[in-house]
Design a protein around this ligand. Structure first.
Ligand code: HAS
Length: 561
């Protein structure tokens, strides 16, 4: 699956390897935290050697390391690799290292604060749960580091544009720019939340915090965050997958349209996480609900475009009839192990996407909100397509940038299938349990999983046990992956000059229409929609709330001061 080769400087290759290896270690700790979650909730363990008996500390670890740290590092490393590769331009090492160091320092600070129990606030860090100021500063540095990284890509692109007038921007660059445009706009809100609300409150400079306003700013950031996770996976689906499967991308234009739609619709939707919150009037919730259905459209277009691309390659590989193409994909081709990470993620996303659309429907949300259904949904999205694509991408990048052959290839090939089986079992348990009322974010070891508790619900037990079975299988899949990743890292380098190649797909149809060649109109429309949808929401919140809350910790029903 090799393509045109490109040479990165040694310093940049080292940086990209560091940006992949350190979060991989943190991810493994986070994944271990995930396994502990299933065991805690089922009442199988009351304490684990790493976090002790503090369920919420473990949950914070699991969420922050997997969903925030690992994903941000991967997105930056991936963009540092693929943008210069696609534009054939060198990265400015100083900028790239400054960004990397800020991200590393920030993540380590946040991780230490969590580990010593000073930031048991879960990955949403909702007040009135309060963390140590260093936790918030750490997260800020992580975000600022990711902003600094883009100071490399924008000038690089502008130079390329000048040198290549009229040439279409490579799809990889369009997808990665979309990722970081969404990220940049979204993180402005969380920056306001942290710098002007959480940090002064946590430092004791102010006594109380407006909980509703903080939640609203968080979800302004929190929903586009999920597309910041998803979009690098989409880049891999559109740019790499058709080529790896032996075909072409069915429609170049559909891919570009999808990315532009994400610029427009990713942000004005956050209130769908707050359907059940007071203080926001129902008409604005409805508006965000309508935009939420709009943001599902690019994924539906993706489903058809990718299926058509796979149908093309499958038929080219000899597939006959209506469905024969499905059996002509390189599912178990050891040399094309990367395909396994992409196809399993896509299959999982069919279920994750359907669940998302159910959540977005107001009435159905009343049934599933704050139940285990919601983690069921997000494991089928962020822990499915996103995680699998990022794992496959990390292994591919590390082998390229360290100039190594992938080791334990059979393990690397089967890991995503095993993980997928576990994930489907676990999510099924969470979703059905959720429909029966099993709450999320509850240390059930001490409540309904305990037959002596008045909350004990025998009906749920079978589903809790399914989450344990699924969680253990997922963990086995990840251990196989980690073994392959680190054996590759510590293996001997290949002979010869290190060069980097990516499998870049050719389009089968369509030149991009002129109206899909420029981000500016889409960014303007996005800003208009954000202003229209968020001004009344913020107004409502400010009108309906007065006073604020002192800080709390999950261990204590009384305020911390
Ligand atoms: Fe979501 C809650 C709605 C997508 C993540 N979501 C969450 C939370 C997370 C999350 C983390 O409206 C919990 C937050 C918390 O802690 O409270 N979500 C949606 C909708 C979509 C959606 C409408 N979510 C995602 C993605 C995520 C993610 C992506 C992470 C990456 N979500 C919600 C709502 C809530 C929510 C409510 C609040 C719930 C509550 O009450 O708390 C859509 O974007 C989904 C569209 C997707 C599709 C699927 C397309 C299918 C594809 C695969 C095709 C397969 C092929 C293979 C081609 C329409 C592309 C064929 C090959 C063969 C061989 C057959």
């Amino acid at each position: 699956m090799s393509e045109e080769a490109f040479r990165f400087s040694k310093s940049n290759r080292t940086l990209i390897a560091v940006l992949l290896i350190i979060p991989m270690v943190l991810l493994f700790i986070g994944v271990y935290g995930g396994l502990m979650q299933t065991l805690f909730r089922a009442g199988i363990i009351q304490s684990d050697p790493f976090v002790g008996g503090d369920y919420y500390k473990g949950l914070t670890f699991h969420g922050v390391l997997n969903a925030i740290v690992f994903t941000t590092f991967f997105a930056v490393a991936f963009a540092n690799a693929l943008i210069p590769y696609s534009l054939k331009k060198a990265l400015n090492s100083k900028v790239a290292w400054t960004s990397g160091i800020l991200m590393l320092v920030g993540s380590v600070m946040a991780a230490i604060m969590t580990m010593i129990g000073e930031a048991t606030v879960l990955y949403t860090f909702y007040p009135p749960l309060k963390a140590h100021p260093l936790f918030y500063i750490g997260l800020t540095l992580l975000v600022v580091g990711s902003w600094v990284a883009s100071a490399n890509w924008v000038p690089m692109y502008l130079t390329w544009r000048k040198e290549n007038p009229g040439k279409k921007t490579p799809m990889a660059v369009v997808g990665l720019f979309t990722t970081f445009i969404v990220w940049f706009i979204a993180t402005l809100a969380v920056a306001v939340e942290i710098l002007f609300m959480l940090l002064p409150w946590s430092l004791g400079l102010v006594d109380e915090i407006n909980v509703m306003l903080a939640r609203t700013l968080f979800w302004f950031f929190g929903h586009p965050l999920v597309y910041f996770w998803l979009l690098p996976a989409y880049v891999m689906y559109y740019v790499f997958m058709p080529k790896i499967s032996g075909g072409k991308l069915y429609s170049d234009m559909a891919g570009r349209l999808v990315f532009m739609m994400f610029v427009v619709f990713s942000i004005p939707v956050g209130t769908h996480h707050q359907y059940m919150d007071p203080a926001i009037s129902s008409q604005w919730k409805l508006l965000h609900g309508i935009f939420t259905f709009a943001v599902a459209l690019p994924s539906l277009i993706t489903a058809f475009t990718l299926a058509a691309s796979l149908e093309y390659s499958g038929k080219k590989n000899g597939g006959k009839g209506l469905f024969g193409w499905m059996w002509k994909q390189p599912y178990f081709d050891k040399e094309k192990w990367f395909f396994a990470y992409l196809i399993t993620g896509l299959l999982i996303f069919i279920f994750g996407g359907i669940g998302g659309i159910i959540n977005a429907s107001y009435q159905m949300n009343t049934i599933v909100h704050n139940t285990a259904w919601v983690p069921g949904h997000f494991h089928l999205t962020v822990a499915g397509p996103v995680m699998l694509a990022f794992l496959g991408g990390s292994l591919y990048l590390i082998s390229q940038f360290m100039n190594k052959e992938v080791r334990l290839k059979t393990w690397a090939l089967f890991s995503p299938y095993i993980y997928t089986i576990g994930l489907l079992i676990m999510s099924y348990g969470l979703k059905i349990g959720g429909l029966m009322g099993m709450p999320r974010r509850t240390n059930t070891g001490a409540s309904y999983a305990n037959p002596d508790s008045i909350l004990y619900q025998a009906d749920w037990m079978v589903y809790i046990n399914l989450t344990v079975v699924g969680g253990v299988i997922m963990f086995i899949g990840i251990v196989m992956y980690i073994a392959s990743f680190f054996t590759t890292v510590f293996s001997k380098s290949k002979e010869g000059e290190p060069v980097v190649t990516f499998p870049i797909s050719e389009p089968l149809h369509d030149e991009p229409a002129p109206w899909l060649r420029n981000f500016k109109p889409y960014i303007v429309i996005a800003i208009i929609l954000i202003v229209l949808s968020y001004t009344p929401v913020i107004y409502d919140v400010l009108q309906a709330t007065y006073g604020g809350s002192p800080p709390f910790s999950p261990d204590s029903p009384v305020p911390l001061r």
